[in-house]
Design a protein around this ligand. Structure first.
Ligand code: TRP
Length: 337
């Protein structure tokens, strides 16, 4: 038959804990713009997962749903080609999570390197929310419910995909046939961007991020204050490129690779001042963000359109995830009504 193609299914998403920033753009958003041409893409507004470590800040979790959806649309995610859906309105995900929890042990959850690191970073101590400890099973539910075979996530999330595939094998073994397929983690080329202050992670809460809605002045101020090489005191001094945030960002966003290589060599040799490289980065970021900011401001004038996009996407996702849930319930040999 002509014209019928089945594209591989891709699922990614973001916890709704704040508007997105240029780190998200470099690491995931721009890849998603490409994936919507080659894959059947679902984007999950992961509000229930956000709740696992933000139960005391539900206002943030709720309001960030719109913020993240606005960011998606502003960068050019096209709802005709990508399905944007809301996790908390997809009951099959919660039901699958409950079923999967019987196929993982607490010890295995505690051993998951992603969870281990995150527990440490959040200083939970002994007071780990149960929902947080169990979120790898919930993420396995997300991935399998859509039958996603490709999951682009940051390197730090790779152990979650591994654990998902373990659950997939157990469910298939329990069912005696292949119901669920294993997923492959796709790690983006550009890793996590450091914050403008040089700290390991760019985050809104850390106050070291450049938002996708940043004004020209905010961008200029962030670049001006950006961490470079603290030992590069005079223009003539040789400078360090490694750990220099300006160069890290140029690596992520400067398309003129030959010019960038030359700038790095010049900086290392000495004779190239911070002001010059910052001017270059400022120009690049202004050009990148201006159309996103303008589109976002326009969309923010028409929130009912954005809500409609989420509603339609969630309806489509509901059909998909309910179908998988029925297969799993049946495969596990539960009573069917
Ligand atoms: N864990 C992801 C994050 O922190 C969000 C997420 C939830 C996700 N469910 C997912 C990503 C399923 C990929 C696939 O941003």
């Amino acid at each position: 038959m002509k014209g019928i193609t089945t594209r591989p299914v891709i699922l990614t998403g973001d916890r709704t804990t704040g508007a997105l920033h240029i780190g998200h753009y470099a690491g995931s958003l721009r890849n998603r713009l490409r994936f919507q041409n080659s894959h059947e893409q679902f984007l999950l507004l992961a509000d229930t997962q956000a709740l696992t470590d933000n139960a005391d800040d539900r206002d943030k979790v709720r309001t960030s749903v719109m913020e993240v959806a606005l960011d998606y649309l502003a960068v050019g995610i096209d709802p005709a080609r990508t399905t944007i859906c809301l996790q908390s309105r997809l009951p099959a995900l919660a039901e699958l999570s409950m079923l999967y929890l019987n196929f993982v042990t607490v010890a295995r959850l505690e051993r998951n390197p992603t969870i281990k690191d995150e527990i440490r970073a959040r200083r939970f101590g002994r007071d780990i929310p149960a929902g947080f400890l169990c979120y790898p099973a919930a993420q396995a539910a997300d991935i399998t419910a859509f039958k996603a075979t490709v999951v682009p996530v940051g390197e730090d999330q790779a152990p979650l995909i591994e654990q998902t595939n373990e659950i997939v094998r157990r469910i298939n073994a329990a069912a005696g046939r292949t119901i669920l397929s294993e997923a492959q983690a796709v790690i983006p080329e550009v890793g996590r961007l450091p914050g403008v202050d040089g700290k390991a992670k760019m985050s809104k809460s850390g106050g070291n991020a450049i938002a996708l809605s940043a004004s020209p002045d905010e961008i200029a101020a962030a670049v001006k204050a950006m961490f470079t090489d603290p030992n590069h005191l005079r223009v003539d001094d040789p400078g360090q490129v490694g750990g220099n945030v300006v160069f890290t960002y140029l690596d992520a966003f400067d398309n003129d690779r030959a010019m960038l290589a030359e700038l790095k060599a010049h900086y290392r040799r000495g004779g190239l001042g911070d002001a010059k490289i910052k001017r270059r980065l400022d120009g690049i970021l202004q050009a990148l963000i201006a159309p996103i900011r303008e589109r976002r401001a326009r969309l923010a004038q028409d929130l009912s359109y954005v809500i409609e996009v989420i509603r339609r996407g969630t309806e489509k996702a509901r059909e998909r995830t309910e179908a998988t849930k029925r297969e799993v319930v049946e495969g596990l040999g539960l009573f069917m009504l």
